[in-house]
Design a binder for this molecule. Structure first.
Ligand code: 1CP
Length: 368
């Protein structure tokens, strides 16, 4: 593509494989759709090659690079969905915070939030069309270049997960600085969570306008909260996001399936399945059958093979997938891992995972 080409969010190629969208809406397609969190990632040599040339967030700001990195896994594996290459931390950046991706250390904030007064440093009314326009451009370009092969998923970090990064200043095992805010400054915590929610709603709507065909909300740090804190500081915002995005899309006659992935929030499965999301994503600590019972057919489910099962020999991966499919069933189910792929995983085993989902589920659907 030449830099002068104008890529508009219209006249997208016709979608050829809608198994993911049908499963998200509770149907039973001819096979169970499958994709992997972090399917664009360092386990692929072609990903490492592109990433080596540029800073991480400069890569995120290049629609051409994001498009290429999103398409890479689709060239190797018959995934049934793709997720736009980007990062959840583009939102704190849009709100005025400086975040760098340091090799060996991960995301690092130059000046994390320390006390409630620091909220004044954040931009109050973020114009997502200006600050995050590069993500929208990446989505539009990718929707064209994907040629209707599979749907394109847009995503965001959820308010609590973003808040924890903004206060911790990076990855953390205890998240004690962020949790300190919840116990010591509950009002300011809610103020920050509300600010984030407002930006996230506009950001997700912008992604749909740009061409995203589904949306996933990552509450990756849910597990650090107990059930009581989750119900106060996470769940209301997750619900508010889905409700507001859906209402606004409805006004335009649009409807896009939404997925909530609250990692390690097994205690809140019932609440999550009544939160206006079509799909609830599960980490690997949840048993498929009991997740089905607890969500009572209200939502589709996504997940949840232990990513580390990809270290197993291929025959064992096939057996694990078969059991997972028996547990979830083939209706309203999207196969995935319980969290992202790790950099040392063998692409051949990812291929074995995808193949096993397709093979076993085709048979199961036929026999039903
Ligand atoms: O240098 C690199 O390439 C670093 C690895 C990497 C990648 C591939 C990071 C740094 N971000 C990404 C892309 C990314 N991040 C995607 C792309 C699409 C895909 O999945 O293929 C997505 C959806 C994310 C979302 C994301 N970023 C989450 C939520 C999902 C999850 O893993 O729970 C989180 C928590 C982040 C923060 C982040 N970005 C990168 C790292 C290493 C981390 C985690 C840091 C930590 O807390 O320890």
């Amino acid at each position: 593509m030449s830099k002068n080409d104008v890529i508009l969010p219209k006249d997208f190629p016709e979608l050829k494989n809608d198994t993911f969208l049908r499963a998200a809406r509770g149907e039973e397609p001819e096979h169970v759709p499958v994709w992997c969190m972090r399917q664009a990632g360092r386990y692929l040599p072609e990903f490492r090659e592109i990433r080596a040339k540029k800073d991480f967030f400069d890569t995120c700001r290049s629609p051409e690079d994001c498009c290429e990195l999103t398409l890479q896994p689709l060239r190797r594996f018959p995934f049934d969905a793709s997720i736009i290459f980007s990062d959840i931390l583009v939102i704190p950046q849009a709100m005025g915070m400086d975040v760098q991706m340091l090799t060996g250390k991960g995301p690092t904030f130059t000046d994390p939030l320390k006390e409630p007064e620091d909220l004044q440093r954040l931009k109050a009314n973020v114009d997502v069309n200006k600050e995050l326009d590069y993500v929208f451009k990446a989505i539009t370009l990718t929707r064209h270049k994907i040629e209707g092969k599979v749907p394109l998923i847009g995503f965001t970090g959820a308010p609590w997960t973003l808040m924890s990064y903004m206060i911790e200043g990076g990855g953390s095992t205890t998240h004690s600085k962020a949790k300190r805010w919840l116990y010591r400054h509950p009002e300011s915590s809610h103020m920050l969570l509300k600010m984030l929610t407002d930006v996230i709603v506009e950001y997700l709507l912008g992604q749909v306008a740009a061409g995203a065909q589904a949306l996933q909300v990552f509450e990756s740090h849910a597990g650090i909260l107990g059930p009581v804190e989750f119900k106060e500081f996470s769940l209301p915002y997750l619900r508010d996001i889905a409700r507001r995005v859906k209402d606004r899309l409805k006004e335009k006659g649009q409807d896009v399936p939404m997925i909530v992935f609250a990692k390690d929030a097994h205690y809140a499965l019932e609440e999550l399945s009544a939160s206006h999301y079509e799909v609830v994503g599960l980490d690997w600590t949840m048993d498929p059958r009991s997740a089905r019972e607890r969500t009572g057919g209200k939502v589709s489910l996504q997940g949840n093979m232990d990513p580390c099962a990809l270290y197993a020999p291929k025959e064992l991966i096939s057996d694990i997938v078969k059991k997972m499919l028996e547990g979830f069933g083939t209706r309203g189910y999207i196969a995935n891992l319980g969290h992202g792929l790790y950099p040392d995983m063998d692409p051949e085993n990812v291929a074995a995972f995808v193949d096993a989902v397709h093979r076993h589920s085709k048979l199961a659907v036929k026999q039903a």
